[in-house]
Design a binder for this molecule. Structure first.
Ligand code: Z5A
Length: 212
């Protein structure tokens, strides 16, 4: 039985996940809470190698959608066993940049792969451990694109067209409406400071509602 507390951040590209994970982990540190920050794909040596392929593969043959799905699942299976479960067992807080909801949104809703299979694969990869709290940082595809242009770089998935990114956003909103207890939406359109305050409030409320 795992202890600890497991928080995931989800949302579109440039929604501010990395920015806000950094700020939240500093908040935890300042409050004496032991916290492990990690990401998907990645978080382990194997996962980081997989990350290179899914983000930057540019060989003459494209990555098939099915291959992409299995690569994310392989990264997650290793990540759970090597990093996340041991940290939770050690009673740490874990903050993970993207997790199973990204697979549902990108490979399920946007790529159109079989949702039932994705559900089974996610349970297999995670040993059935779901996040205690998921924060979706919400941004329209247009706002996301504007931030991406400023950053001036695009990986393989970011380079998909606007209708793909609209489907991803709709998927995240749908996931939140299906699981309101676990998944909270926070608009990322405000200033970094105001979004951070909203995140801290949401995290505090969620932790306070955990039965002692
Ligand atoms: N993926 C998948 O398909 N299936 C899966 O199962 C999993 C992942 C796990 C991972 O790429 C890719 O893998 C991702 C989904 C897919 N692909 N796409 N597309 P990643 O981890 O490199 O990319 P990302 O998750 O989309 O992160 P990102 O692009 O680095 O964005 P971010 O972390 O959300 O944002 P940020 O770096 O914190 O901020 C971006 C910029 O916006 C930066 O200049 C900030 O200063 C600025 N920013 C942040 N907040 C604000 C506010 N509030 N106002 C103004 N500007 C802001």
């Amino acid at each position: 039985m795992t202890q600890g507390y497991f928080i995931t951040f989800e949302g579109s590209e440039c929604a501010g996940k990395s920015t806000h994970i950094k700020l939240l982990s500093k908040y935890f540190l300042d409050n004496g809470i032991n916290c492990v920050v990690t990401r998907e794909p990645g978080g382990t040596e194997i996962g980081e190698e997989i990350r290179q392929i899914v983000k930057h593969h540019a060989g003459k043959n494209p990555v098939a959608d099915e291959t992409e799905l299995l690569l994310f699942a392989a990264s997650r299976a290793q990540h759970m066993r090597e990093v996340i479960i041991p940290a939770l067992d050690g009673d740490a807080y874990v903050i993970c940049d993207r997790f199973t909801d990204s697979t549902v949104a990108y490979q399920g809703y946007a790529r159109g792969l079989d949702m039932n299979f994705i559900g089974t694969l996610n349970r297999f990869a995670t040993i059935g451990r779901s996040p205690d709290l998921t924060i979706i940082l919400d941004l329209t595809p247009e706002e996301s694109l504007a931030r991406r242009i400023t950053r001036n770089e695009n990986d393989r998935i970011e380079a998909e067209d606007i209708s793909f990114h609209s489907k991803v956003r709709e998927a995240f909103l749908r996931i939140a409406s299906e699981e309101p207890q676990r998944v909270k939406i926070i608009s990322s359109a405000g200033s970094i400071g105001s979004v951070h305050n909203e995140i801290v409030k949401t995290v505090k409320n969620a932790i306070a509602s955990v039965p002692k």
